[in-house]
Design a protein around this ligand. Sequence first.
Ligand code: PEP
Ligand code: MG
Length: 605
Amino acid sequence: MKIEQENSITEQTAVQETVLKGIAAASGIEIGIALVVGNAPDQPLSFYETSPVSISEQDVPFELARFEAALEATRNEITEICNKVKVSLDENEAGIFEAHLLIVEDKKLKKEVVSGIQDKLLTAESAFSLIMQRYITAISSVADPYLKERAADVVDVAGRILGHLLGWKRSLLDHLPGQRIVVAKELTPSDTVMLDRENVQAFATETGAKTSHSAILARSMRIPAVVGIPGILSKVHNGDVMIIDGYQGVVILNPTPQTLEAYALKEAENAKIYNDLLTESTQRSETLDGYRVALAANLDDPNKADELEKYGAFGVGLFRTEYLFLKDHIPTEEEQYEVYSALASRCGAAPVVIRTLDLGGDKISSLINFVQEPNPFLGLRSVRLCLAYPHLLKPQLRAILRAGVHGNICMMFPMLTCVDELDDLLRILEQIKEDLRREKIRFAEDIKVGVMIETPAAALSADQFAERCDFLSIGTNDLVQYTMAVDRGNERVASLYRPLHPVILRLIRHIVKSAEQAGIWVSICGEMAADPMYIPLLLGLGVRELSMSPVSLAPAKHVVRSMKYIDAEAVAERALLCSSQEEVQELAQVFLRMIAPGVSDLNIT
Ligand code: PEP
Ligand code: MG
């Protein structure tokens, strides 16, 4: 943390400390300065009531640029309205908006705000709010009824400008003025994937839950995060000092010096426990009674492949390719081929499971998901989208097949519900292989093809899927969502999202049995695989491969190495007979505390 930030921490600790509870999304503790983005653009005027927030001199150019951008966006918005009104109503009505444009262009207003930022060292919204407050009070107090009415116009325009200043999320995230804790109503997966770890110390959001894709990304980017915090936007102001505790899902605003000290200590202790676990990463992944477990990594960013060795991953159990599509263009076959073959070469003989495009739900690409759906998690998601637009799928299948000659690549189809979808996909795959043969392009003829089991329909027909493919991988994030009918990203129903419900365990058991009967392997690549408390249960149910975010591998390996398979099997048998998540949780907690108390206390997410 930089010196001036440390100073401001000390200055601000006199303010009342407030503890906010949310959902722990990514482990770690960070202490820093809040930067609020996307703040309630629906009610920007409420910002007038908040107290002014100061900045340091080095933040001035950033605040000036934000103000300019907000003016520009407002100008464009009003011009567009004006043009529409001219067509649909008449010139007179449009005149109102032309007057609004004049307010945006007002040189005096602009000069005063610029001076507020430059001379008084205020954030753009603070400087703007203070000046607008003065203007509006002055206009409202004049006797002339015509002028009095103009106050409404000023309020309208001011609201728009402020809305852009406070809701200017993406650009703001791209230009952070140094290290900050980002506070937002929502960070979508495409916002999160663009975050720069150098500048974003941590984040806290009003929406979201533990298995929403932004939370998964935070874990993989190692950005501590707390999500699903009700009303956080109305409680935090730019410049507030805050602590993010990603272990416990707690945010502390304006902490006292005692709290700051306690958290600094806690972070040091946790770091020590984690580093001790890391020393085990080169050891065999085997239980005390010799049950071998493959521990692989989930990757969303191919550049993270460097970390596989450090964390002791045996290959990649899930490469989420959709993040290649959430950037500024749809990657070509050649671009995808480069990425997949580099990953395969890096992993040598270890398997690299490349999942085909899984866009939709909360992973929305403005290039591809251009139709807004009322219920995207039940809409044209994933393979449904790919089957509807084969031009998206075919270059990807070609790229994966071609990259297969550089290593041990497997291909995996997500989000299937019925076997006929798999039959369609396999037919397309055969056609593509035929094309490649005809074009005399080298590819992996015998590439292994797997299926993700993440809907109840697929789980219940796991036997039929198992007959048609080489492996199954259980996507518990979605399997829990669709089985419990609970949106995985909705904090309001987060307590109903129950991975340990016996119903889920029974489905997993059925999938494992189906794979065993067909003689194929089965893994779990959903977030359940990464939770130390769930691991003994999953192994006890017969799962032999777990794939997770690299940072979760060290605690997972420690759990595997601390338990006996035979005991885990007994716990799993008992869990299958339970009737509630609470009962299973109790069993799992007691077991974890017994075999690995250090990991249990750490509460790693
Ligand atoms: C899952 O659903 O468990 C899974 C691994 O896929 P994703 O989280 O990308 O939807
Ligand atoms: Mg999924």
